[in-house]
Design a binder for this molecule. Sequence first.
Ligand code: ZN
Length: 80
Amino acid sequence: MPEPFSPTHAYICHVCGSDHVVRDAWATWDVQAQLWVLDTLFDHAHCHQCLGATRMERVLLTSPVTFAAPDRHPSDERPQ
Ligand SMILES: [Zn+2]
């Protein structure tokens, strides 16, 4: 039976557009599963491309490996 269409997303760095971004989190050991499982997800994000803190943008995937570039507005640009 075919799966109903559901949009998929990626998260990208708001500075460089890379999807090589991570968030701070706590993992807890699940004795039954014998795995570390996600317990708490924090807001702090890090970009491995920029090598620093970032804000992530959620973008719609247009294929399994590509995503739509977010709309940019001049008012979004902030001096560094
Ligand atoms: Zn970045």
